[in-house]
Write a protein that binds this ligand. Structure first.
Ligand code: DX5
Ligand code: ZN
Length: 228
């Protein structure tokens, strides 16, 4: 499993997003949190800002839609050129159709689960996904405390993915830092979103390197023993 780091610009200066992107040239993705003040109690940015960001950076955008009615809005983010578009299963009314539209538009399709949402009911949807996002905080804000209670679900999700063929990325988002990232990697996550841990650091690029090294040094669950 290759470790990937996706710094969340939610923790950056919204008046200087191009600079925030340039500050982490070593990042695999830029994580863009789209919030609508309905699905979550916070409001951030939407498609016009994503379109501008796409022109301002060559780092692929990892768009995390925390919005009602993602079925209506998600394909447009893929069509605009986002590399990855993730919708919440709690909000999507037609997740299969929406995930297929995202892929058809050329982006990777992601499905996000809140901490209280179990993963098992979505096993049959794995074939529609390029990435599964397990929230490790209740979504809405940066800088929240990592929820350890999600760790068993990360392990179970890793088992499901491995049983399915192992091609799907397993992302964690919320409270990921140098004190929590190893636990996530050990449980089987391979894509790590980090907001405060990157943009709250004096040197964001160094923070990305530090997180990557910690995740890479962690021992992931052994393959081949899954599902038994
Ligand atoms: C929270 C967002 C996260 C947030 C993470 O709802 O989805 O992407 O930016 O921020 P930290 O890493 O500070 O918890
Ligand atoms: Zn996010």
């Amino acid at each position: 499993m290759a470790v990937q780091i996706s710094p969340s610009i939610l923790s950056a200066d919204f008046a200087r997003l191009a600079e925030a992107a340039a500050a982490v040239p070593n990042a695999d993705w830029l994580h863009v949190d789209v919030m609508d003040n309905h699905f979550v109690p916070n409001l951030t940015l939407g498609l016009p800002v994503v379109e501008s960001l796409l022109k301002a950076t060559s780092t692929p955008l990892d768009c995390h839609l925390m919005i009602e009615d993602p079925d209506r809005w998600a394909p447009a983010y893929a069509e605009a050129g986002a590399g990855s578009v993730t919708v919440h299963v709690e909000a999507a009314k037609a997740p299969v159709r929406t995930l297929r539209q995202i892929r058809r538009a050329g982006a990777r399709a992601g499905l996000a689960l809140n901490p209280a949402t179990p993963v098992e009911p979505y096993e049959d949807l794995l074939g529609e996904l390029d990435m599964l996002l397990l929230m490790t905080v209740d979504p809405g804000f940066g800088g929240q405390k990592f929820l350890d209670i999600v760790l068993p679900k990360i392990r179970r999700a890793r088992e499901l993915i491995d049983r399915h063929g192992g091609q799907i990325w397993l992302q964690v988002d919320g409270g990921v830092s140098d004190t929590t990232i190893e636990r996530c990697a050990e449980a089987g996550a391979d894509v790590f979103v980090a907001g405060n841990a990157v943009y709250g650091a004096e040197d964001p690029a160094r923070a990305v390197d530090g997180l990557r090294a910690l995740a890479a040094s962690a021992e992931p669950p052994s393959r081949g023993l899954t599902g038994r």
